[in-house]
Design a protein. Sequence first.
Length: 405
Amino acid sequence: MRRIRNILCYSIFVCFLFSVLLVSFFDSGLVYGAEVRGVTDTTIKLGGIYDQTGFTAGQGVQLGEAFRTYFEYINSEGGINGRKIKTILEDDRYSIPTTVAVFKKLLFKDEVLAIVGPTSTQGMNAMVRQIEKHKLPVLPVTSAEIVAGELRRYVFHVQPRYRQMMYILVDHLVKNMKKGERIGAVYADHEFGKSELSYLRERIKFHGLELVTEEVLNFMALEATTQILSLKKAKADYVVTCGQGTQNAIVLMREARKMVYSPKFYGNYATCEEDTVKGAGEAAKNFVAINAFGTWYDDTPGTLKKREIYRKLKPEIKERSPVHNAVWVKCTILAEGIKRAGRNLNNESLVDALESIRDFDTKGLCGPLTFSPKSHVGLDSARLYKSDVEKGRLIPITEWVKVAR
């Protein structure tokens, strides 16, 4: 009996030891199977969702290119922790149903580790429940309150909230306006435009002022005669655009010049493009806009490095807009998270690694970035730019500015 009992005890011990070793083997990251979505021993799959053929493709194509080029550069440097990056780019045509469809493809068919994008606020909002359910890290381009206002474990915003940027814009305007000058607004009749208008109203009221008129100009308008006549009649010395893009900013400024009306135009981040200055020409001489990211022509280490990468990998490209930097920085942060997660990379270790980032220096591409388990909005600063019509460029006129409390 004693011998049988000893054999039994020994067998139990061996089974226990084997189980411990097996668990340690899998936890060490030496074996990657289907349970580690998007990661093998040699590769990491990442998805991107951007408009490539819809009505915001002008910016979307640049965003998709930034996504691919950044990780092409990373692969040329040997990858991350011994793994190469495979990028899968999907076109959502800035359509909510298409955004949801390509998101599901990246999640269930391609089984990516993480996604950079989309740009659409409503598209992102439609994805949120599935993101949390399937624990998929996502770094969207949008930072509207509807998606950035609530902490979600798997969503990381690498730009300030739209409310923060509008506040910074208004603070600069009010600081520089003269006594008795008046402010008007032009907004697009969609969620983005209405939300930015509400933030504008909030901050104007904070300063003890009010808007003299609020004009609607639908996205991608071809003319703005009625809106400019109303602004001129209201004697608005400043015109703030809400939810507008490059096309509408150009139309507004050209129409104002045609009517011999010279207010100072303050543009939201979507108008902060060299194309706005070039398209409006002399009409853009009083144009100021806000962006959380630097321009192609900035003389900073991060921008100089980016231009060097493009000379090597994409020599045919001579210029890119600030929105390009929005995705470039997101990819930089995602790569940093993957690096910090080490060889034991999965969705949870990636989230933990991203949450460990403090005062991350992008070498001038934007202000310092910080995440934590309690905050997934990593950037809280932006910069104001003024047009240089002669050069067709945007020139920074402030440092990285935070919202004044």
